[in-house]
Design a protein around this ligand. Structure first.
Ligand code: ATP
Ligand code: MG
Length: 509
């Protein structure tokens, strides 16, 4: 047994153990104490010094030892001076079930390090969503963590960390493993073109990629689809809450839209003047549309600056993407070549397509057997920030508030969760918190977490790259995680293929 100490005092908010000499215990480590009918799982949230010797005498003795040669051996005495570890009881496990502890472990009980077999009760649900392995401090245990994927995805996920702590790697791991399942369609809005794996390993390298991964880009590699949208598929409500518009401009847009629902953008571009709209408003809109859609006119002839928007192709792009998602595929939109506002507009257009399709299916009673759809969005405060939503809601705000009813959820990635309104943060029922140095960001996360993680602030600040804390309404406890490095999946897969090769006697390589 790997005993680390014995319980000496404390209460429900913190159980204090005296650490055994020569043992090292880290913040965040998981420990267990066994009883007759089950065992407690406890987590280290603080560590301090303890001593039998009064402080005054310790200071004096330390001074004497420092300043002159003396043999004060009682100072080094391990019986009188020791380390105290403060633990939070997080779970009680007995053979039949596990629950939050409602009693304290026995006084003077021995506390030991957790082992894999102490966590075997965590089973793999149906429709699993894989997160990584359980971590005890910085030790990784061979226990894989899965939650009920459909529920987690439709109730929104927040992934939060300072830059470089491993958010994108985590998303690669989540989405790659989801390609093994059929219960979810994923729309990945990818501003850094890092998920498909155009130049290195990515989702395209999954064995199911050929059937399940669809890649849209403005400069697609062979076999991928071209990201192009016909202006006829753009509606005025795609712009609101994403492009900043005055009331006069919105009125003008709807006026032209109601006159001609297909050609309203081109008609605004071509309009010299209009009885109901001021020339200034028209001019500003022309400039804005030029910026966003790359459209302009000269002598009554329309031209496009780039090939993202068009008046001759891309009429079925939105429909095709939503069809793929409805069939449980993963659609990656490479938005790396688009400006920030255009990227959000494109993301919003597809999000709107998904939401309205699923809302219709729900009203017709056909939603039940459909996969859920999750939309992954980087730097989420750009569409879910307080300042943005104060100006009027957008499709992402709508999905955050009511998408769950229609099986549509968000995976919002951010470095700055404090910018997202509290009410929306609280609606994100699963949070994967990775290393976060800034204390106001940690507070925003802790306050809105499904589990009480108020003691975890220090742990969160000290999380290393790839380490995370998973809090979720679909988990009984906040789970410390280590996310695998995405590239490592392939070294494992390779050996898997090799095994198969030998079994079947066929040389696949
Ligand atoms: N789980 C992990 N294990 C080991 N190394 C990792 C892990 N996750 C990330 N890394 C390393 O850290 C680097 C940065 O990770 P990543 O790009 O995922 O961070 P990020 O949080 O998305 O950063 P940014 O804020 O810049 O988008 C990776 O290139 C990888 O080398
Ligand atoms: Mg990233």
């Amino acid at each position: 047994m790997d005993i680390v100490g014995k319980i000496v005092s404390g209460d429900f908010s913190g159980i204090i153990i005296r650490q055994k000499t020569g043992i090292d215990v880290e913040l965040g480590e998981l420990l267990v104490t066994k009883e007759k009918n089950g065992y407690f799982i406890l987590q280290v949230f603080d560590i301090s010094y303890g001593s039998q010797i009064p402080e005054r005498i310790r200071s004096l003795a330390a001074g004497l030892k420092l300043e002159e040669e003396s043999n004060l051996s009682f100072l080094d005495n391990e019986l009188s001076n020791f380390i105290l570890i403060i633990l939070k009881p997080i779970l009680f496990v007995n053979p039949n079930r596990y629950h939050l502890p409602k009693k304290l472990p026995k006084f003077f009980s021995e506390v030991e390090r957790i082992k894999e077999e102490d966590l075997r009760f965590l089973d793999r649900p149906k429709k699993p969503l894989y997160f990584g392995k359980i971590r005890s401090g910085s030790r990784v245990l061979e226990i894989e963590v899965f939650l009920k994927g459909e529920e987690v995805l439709t109730h929104h996920v927040l992934i939060s960390a300072s830059t470089g702590k491993g958010k994108s790697n985590l998303v690669k791991v989540l989405t790659y493993n989801l390609l093994n399942e059929n219960y979810a369609g994923l729309l990945v809005i990818d501003p850094h073109d890092e998920y498909y794996g155009r130049t290195k390993k990515g989702l395209k390298d999954h064995p199911n990629a050929i059937n399940k991964v669809v890649y849209y880009s403005t400069n697609p590699p062979p076999g991928a689809s071209t990201l192009v949208l016909d202006l006829k598929t753009i509606k005025p409500w795609h712009l609101t809450g994403i492009v900043s518009l005055t009331e006069a401009q919105i009125e003008c847009i709807y006026l032209f839209y109601n006159r001609d629902k297909d050609n309203w953008i081109e008609n605004i571009i071509l309009a010299e003047k209009d009885d109901k709209v001021s020339v200034v408003t028209l001019d500003v809109l022309k400039r804005k549309f030029n910026n966003i859609f790359g459209i302009s006119s000269e002598n009554g002839v329309i031209s496009f600056r780039n090939n993202l928007f068009s008046n001759s192709s891309g009429i079925s792009t939105i429909k095709n993407v939503v069809d793929c998602l409805e069939n449980g595929k993963t659609v990656i939109l490479d938005t790396s070549k688009l400006g920030g506002e255009v990227e959000l507009l494109i993301g919003g257009i597809f999000a709107e397509g998904i939401f309205s399709r699923y809302r219709d299916l729900s009203f017709k009673g056909h939603l039940q057997n459909k996969p859920c759809i999750s939309i992954i969005i980087e730097e989420a405060p750009r569409v879910l920030g307080k300042d943005v939503l104060d100006k009027g809601t957008n499709i992402f705000g709508t999905i955050a508030r009511e998408g769950r009813k229609f099986k549509v959820g968000l995976v919002a990635i951010t470095q700055l969760p404090s910018l997202i309104p509290k009410e929306i943060l609280a609606n994100m029922n699963t949070k994967i918190i990775m290393g976060t140095e800034m204390s106001n960001e940690r507070s925003a996360l802790i306050e809105s977490s499904p589990q009480d993680i108020s003691e975890e602030s220090r742990n969160i600040a000290s999380l290393d790259i790839g380490e995370a804390l998973l809090t979720s309404t679909f988990s009984k406890l906040a789970v410390p995680l280590k996310i695998p490095l995405f590239e490592d999946i392939f070294t494992k897969n390779k050996s898997f293929v090799k095994d198969k090769t030998t079994i079947r006697g066929v040389d696949l390589e």
